[in-house]
Design a protein around this ligand. Structure first.
Ligand code: MD3
Ligand code: FE
Length: 207
């Protein structure tokens, strides 16, 4: 294991084993509490089909999509309640990469068997000068990243449980997605599958 040594893979900063096995278990326990307050849901895609990934969030904002389009929301679509606080371990990882501001969104993506996420850009946040930090838990996911134009060539690598990834500068607006997961490889999640946390700053930094 090599906690705390970032490497650059296909232009992306990756910190393998950013979370130790015991930290992964603690974070997972916090995420179970988040899911009790803010139950995961499947947003509608632009084509009117539900996404194969289930999502929920911690922090002020959650990404949301329906027939009216996609946007960030501040109340859970079913309960109407605000989202719970961002788990401490997730905040700790963000602060090792970005000290100017804390994230105001921790999007939680749950991949069950066969779930995937198509190539897309994340550009609904106010300030692309802030990074997006991703944390992976559970089964491995095959991450694909291209350039800032959809037609640019793409490259892939596997993300494993405990890995952190930082998307900043040139990669912040890169097209990216998850092609598939190796379902049932990790024992972390009881029913198998993969959880991905993306920590973002949605609103501008207040001075
Ligand atoms: C590159 N999630 O939630 S995380 C997403 O594994 C998302 O669930 C994937 O793409 C997942 O939007 C990939 C890595 C990631 C997140 C945000 C990015 C890569 C990014 C924003 C810009 C560029
Ligand atoms: Fe994304």
């Amino acid at each position: 294991m090599h906690y705390g040594n970032p490497e650059v893979i296909h232009g992306v900063t990756v910190m393998r084993d950013a979370l130790s096995p015991v930290e992964q278990i603690h974070l997972l326990a916090d995420l179970r509490e988040v899911a009790k307050t803010a139950p995961p849901f499947s947003p509608m895609t632009g084509w009117g089909k539900p996404m194969s990934v289930q999502i929920t969030a911690a922090g002020r904002f959650c990404w949301f999509s329906d027939r009216k389009g996609y946007r960030y929301i501040t109340a859970h679509p079913e309960t109407g309640q605000p989202f719970p606080a961002i788990p401490a371990l997730a905040l700790k990882i963000w602060r090792t990469f970005e000290t100017r501001v804390d994230p105001d969104c921790c999007l939680i993506n749950h991949y069950r068997e066969g779930a995937r996420m198509g190539l897309h850009q994340d550009r609904d946040e106010a300030d692309f000068g802030f990074p997006v930090v991703s944390l992976s838990l559970g089964d491995p996911g095959l991450f694909r990243i291209g350039g800032t134009e959809r037609k640019a060539p793409t490259r892939s690598f596997w993300l494993h449980s405990g890995d952190a990834m930082v998307l900043e500068s040139e990669t912040r607006l890169a097209f990216h997605g998850i092609d598939r997961i190796k379902f049932g490889e990790s024992a972390l999640l009881a029913g198998g599958g993969r959880l991905n946390l993306t920590l973002r700053r949605v609103a501008p930094a207040t001075t």
